[in-house]
Ligand binder design. Structure first.
Ligand code: SF4
Ligand code: SF4
Length: 426
């Protein structure tokens, strides 16, 4: 292997696919299964040599106190537990004692058992468990290769993770079916699964004729889904449950920059690593024209810093329509993910996002709340104080507060100052 030129960069994110696109399920919307065509006759099994190169290069080229090593698929648990035992040994070999290594692993949960969960807990893995809601919604598009439901197996995995205190997020796609039942989905996760961390991933897919499929979420329904869950969350659950998209938007209000790639102005800091060491520009662009090279020939950091990847990253910004550039919510949306920019604007401009109508509705609906949350956090108050605001506003008490009295939102500021701040940030 060619040696790395030693130039640590602060952050990049690589998602490794140790089984490539190989999976034990056959979900209808899985964009990755057809990627098996990229590697005909492959065993889709990452060698220990490639695994070690990935970990070594990731650790040696990042200068952060915490480094993430990410595993996804296909279905990474098909590699077997011993592979991940070797992963942990390799990480210990290369990481400095003071560096925290966080392994993330995205799974459908079917293979998880007590032994897996014990290992995941002991080694601080953070799990992303795919679950699309209660059984009648989960089973719409997720099933095994024979078309059978795997819902009970996923719930079993969830309970095992809770028993062994494994940290996990629920990864829920928002598709044409479950998008019509936002509160049922949210309350199922919160109340029946007793889960606290959720990632909602909109399904937008095109068929071979470039038409959106019937599984694709309708844009307005996407907005309604997010809004109804936000309204429930902001009244009852702030500080208890965490929705990645809400946090990502809020970060734009607080810092002017989100950690979520879909809400960033450019792409390029997150790449996808295939089982054989091929590195691609992004998980959503595992295609020959987005192949950056192989990590056995060039170091990951060199591939991510390459002109090809820089130009991929900038394209998100340079291809943004004027419509988006003049949008009130450009500062947080940035036109969302380029893979979803499949519409034309009313002026005939290319590259409008399929989700735009829903995104805009969500941003508009939550704007005031995001400002309040931002003010609370910037003045050292817990975000959960917003729930007091909601109760006070509901009871009509805000009308009785004098301009020099402490604001009802709990920011600790005088009412007039707090509201001036909110106006400034609008
Ligand atoms: S293409 Fe989409 S998923 Fe990939 S980095 Fe850009 S915003 Fe993120
Ligand atoms: S809300 Fe719509 S118009 Fe505004 S930036 Fe996002 S995609 Fe563009």
């Amino acid at each position: 292997m060619e040696q790395s030129i030693n130039k640590p960069i602060s952050t990049f994110h690589v998602m490794a696919k140790p089984t490539g696109a190989r999976c034990n399920l056959n979900c209808d919307y899985c964009f990755f299964l057809k990627k098996t065509d990229l590697y005909p006759n492959s065993s889709f099994c990452m060698s220990d040599e490639t695994m070690e190169a990935y970990i070594k290069q990731t650790i040696e080229t990042q200068n952060t106190p915490e480094i993430t090593i990410a595993w996804q698929g296909g279905e990474p648990t098909l590699m077997g537990l011993d592979f991940f035992r070797r992963v942990v040994a390799v990480e210990k070999k290369y990481a400095a004692k003071e560096t925290v290594i966080v392994n993330t692993l995205q799974t459908n949960g079917v293979l998880l058992d007590d032994e897996w969960c014990q290992f995941l807990h002991e080694n601080n893995f953070l799990i992303g468990l795919s679950l699309d809601g209660p059984k009648h919604l989960h089973d719409k598009f997720r099933h095994d290769k024979a078309g059978n439901s795997v819902f009970d197996q996923v719930i079993r995995a969830l309970r095992l993770m809770q028993k062994h205190k494994v940290e996990f997020n629920i990864l829920c796609t928002i598709n044409s079916e479950n998008s019509k039942h936002p509160l049922e989905v949210y309350k199922f996760f919160r109340d029946e699964c007793d889960a606290h961390y959720f990632q909602f991933i909109p399904i937008v897919e095109l068929d071979e004729n470039k038409k959106v499929t019937s599984r694709t979420v309708d844009a307005k329904q996407y907005g309604k889904f997010l809004i109804q869950i936000f309204d429930e969350w902001v009244k009852k659950d702030v500080g208890e449950t965490f929705v990645q998209f809400f946090d990502g938007v809020l970060m734009s209000y607080i810092r002017g920059f989100s950690s979520l790639c879909v809400l960033q102005p450019t792409c390029g800091q997150g790449a996808a690593l295939e089982h054989n060491g091929d590195l691609y520009s992004c998980d959503h662009f595992v295609e020959p024209s987005y192949l950056l090279g192989n990590i056995h020939q060039l170091n990951i950091v060199d591939l991510i810093s390459s002109d090809q990847q820089r130009s991929f990253g900038k394209e998100k910004q340079t291809s943004l329509s004027k419509h988006c550039q003049s949008c009130k919510f450009h500062f947080t949306c940035h036109g969302e993910c380029p893979k979803n920019r499949i519409l034309k604007t009313s002026d005939g401009e290319e590259n409008l996002n399929w989700l735009c109508a829903g995104l805009k509705a969500f941003f508009e609906h939550t704007h005031k709340h995001m400002q309040t949350l931002s003010n609370l956090l910037q003045t050292g108050r817990p975000a959960s104080d917003i729930m007091k605001t909601m109760t006070t506003e509901k009871n009509g008490q805000s009308k009785k507060i004098g301009r020099n009295e402490p604001c009802y939102c709990g920011s600790g500021l005088k009412y007039k100052k707090c509201h001036a701040l909110q106006k400034d940030s609008s």
